[in-house]
Design a protein around this ligand. Structure first.
Ligand SMILES: C[S@@+](CC[C@H](N)C(=O)[O-])C[C@H]1O[C@@H](n2cnc3c(N)ncnc32)[C@H](O)[C@@H]1O
Length: 210
């Protein structure tokens, strides 16, 4: 199991993912936001959700550290300036100013991204996130939790860091985030035999402790 970009480059080069329809989570998030929102997606993969949000009328920046998938996405982009792809690692690049300004209200979206990171990477990512967004911005995460560990999977070989919710809450609090909504269970992200035990969260910066 590997968490390197080289693993994901090979995975996408092999064209293993033939999922070009939006996730259940993307449809849920769309119901929570305005049509003209600016969305920043981290770990966009083959852009199934980024393309959906762009089709809905949102302005989207989709980030992934796999150069292979970003190049494929750029080749297939039919949304022009409404959908921009960037290849970079938000866990190592401290400044996100080239993606969006802190003055702007943004929707930060990640699906099945944080469980592809180590705890150390998640801590850096959340630290960078807290420095980059303002108090009007909203963050949506969906990820596999520790209760998913022994459940059936459709893709073998992916690095998966099954998230301990207590630990995640402590890191969120450390970075001044407060959670507005949380739901967990199965049935949210079903794909073939893989009915992942996931957690969905909506959170933002706590306005009282800027
Ligand atoms: C499980 S896939 C999820 C893809 C997509 N969000 C979806 O739900 O279908 C995880 C994605 O995160 C990307 N990724 C992993 N580590 C990353 C990092 N440090 N920085 C940016 N992207 C990363 C991988 O390249 C991969 O595309």
């Amino acid at each position: 199991m590997s968490k390197d970009a080289s693993y994901w480059n090979k995975f996408y080069a092999d064209d293993a993912v033939d999922i070009h329809y939006p996730s259940q989570f993307a449809a849920f998030v769309r119901s929570e936001i305005n049509r003209d929102s600016t969305i920043i997606e981290f770990g966009c993969g083959n852009a199934r959700d980024a393309a959906f949000f762009a089709k809905q009328g949102c302005q989207v920046v989709a980030v992934d550290s796999s150069s292979e998938v970003i190049a494929n996405n750029q080749t297939n982009n039919v949304f022009g300036d409404r959908l921009t792809y960037l290849c970079f690692d938000p866990c190592t690049e401290r400044s996100w100013e080239h993606i969006f300004s802190r003055e702007e209200k943004v929707i930060v979206y990640t699906r099945f991204f944080i469980h592809a990171l180590t705890n150390a990477q998640i801590e850096v990512f959340l630290g960078n996130l807290s420095k980059s967004i303002n108090t009007q911005s909203e963050v949506f995460f969906e990820f596999r939790t520790s209760k998913d560990q022994d459940r059936a999977k459709e893709f073998v070989g992916h690095y998966r860091n099954y998230i301990d919710l207590e630990w995640l809450h402590s890191v969120l609090a450390e970075h001044n985030f407060s959670v507005d909504y949380q739901a967990e269970g199965v049935g949210f992200a079903k794909y073939g035999n893989d009915d992942a035990y996931v957690c969905r969260m909506k959170f933002g910066l706590n306005p009282d402790q800027k």
